[in-house]
Write a new protein. Structure first.
Length: 317
């Protein structure tokens, strides 16, 4: 599978890269969250502009985006306006959506931009070309909140994204059974093995699909998204269930020898060993904070080609 290099981060190589979303509504809380995220070991921060109170004001969006770029330093910045049809908070006209994308591209602040496959429609190839001209990588996304389509349809959709020039096809679907989760993973494997022109991002939503957010390196998904805001259920539930375990994708590359871990055993989830720290609850962010340890204590990755630890923090409507 090929990789997408952005600010020294090679998306598609090694462990799945972790995305932390900013979902706050005011500029002050958005910037506060960005400052907190800038100290964490996650790879990418996604700003969900549709949740911003001033999302309809281009000037406010541009000002906030410029401040985010400064605060995040070398961390990757993914900018997303999620439309209501794709699970977002606000309805956006087609023309308004195109204006938003081009406004973001003109700022020279985003490293990656999310372009919805169905919302962009026939304009997708031109939008991808505009993004590449601006030096921005494209995450082309599609969401199905009611079902998991057949494997052939999922593969066909991601191949169409590749053919339009997208750097990172992204597919999120809702499972109704464990078999649906396997169907999504199987589609991911087929993309990796038979259509390796780009990395892909795939996830099965909800609690049932939480495992799909964690096993990307084994099946081929290049990034995983972790929610910072509790939700009452539905698609976000999988992000909540996967929360601390997603942080393990970083921990397993920087963990000290097991003999140095606090007593209490280990909790195992699929393929990822998860150390039992204590009975006390911890904030989500604490799992992403860098841990101090000697370089000689780092656990080597089985494939020396991969790094042992994450890269340092490298009117619309």
């Amino acid at each position: 599978m090929s990789c997408v290099p952005v600010r020294g981060c090679r998306i598609g190589e090694g462990r799945p890269k972790v995305i932390l979303p900013i979902v706050e509504r005011t500029e002050s809380t958005i910037l506060e969250k960005a400052a907190a995220f800038s100290t964490l070991c996650a790879d990418c921060v996604e700003w969900r502009v549709d949740l911003f109170d001033a999302a309809a004001d281009p000037g406010a969006v541009v000002r906030c985006l410029a401040k985010l770029r400064v605060l995040l330093k070398e961390k990757l910045l993914l900018v997303t306006l999620r439309t209501k049809e794709e699970g977002g908070s606000i309805p956006v006209s087609h023309e308004g959506y195109l204006r938003f994308l081009r406004t973001v591209l003109d700022t020279d602040c985003a490293d990656l931009i999310d372009i919805e496959f169905f919302t962009a429609g026939t304009d997708l190839p031109a939008l991808v070309q505009d993004a590449h001209t601006a030096g921005v990588k494209v995450v082309c996304s599609s969401h199905d909140f009611h079902k998991t389509p057949p494997k052939a349809e999922m593969v066909s959709r991601m191949v169409a994204m590749q053919q339009a020039g997208a750097d990172l096809p992204k597919l999120a679907v809702m499972p109704q059974s464990r078999t649906d989760v396997l169907e999504l993973l199987s589609a991911t494997v087929e993309m990796t093995d038979h259509h390796p022109e780009t990395p892909v991002i795939t996830m099965s939503m909800g609690a049932l699909g939480a495992v799909s957010r964690l096993c990307g390196e084994a099946f081929g998904s290049a990034m995983t998204r972790h929610s910072q805001r509790p939700r009452s259920g539905g698609a976000g539930c999988g992000q909540r269930c996967a929360g601390q375990l997603a942080a393990q994708l970083i921990y397993q590359y920087t963990a000290p020898p097991e003999s140095d871990l606090p007593s209490g055993g280990a909790f195992c989830f699929i393929l990822f060993p998860f150390p039992a720290r204590s009975s006390e609850s911890r904030s989500t962010e604490s799992w992403f904070r860098p841990q101090r340890r000697r370089a000689s204590q780092a656990r080597p990755h089985p494939d020396s080609a991969f790094p042992m630890r994450p890269q340092p923090p490298p009117q619309f409507l």
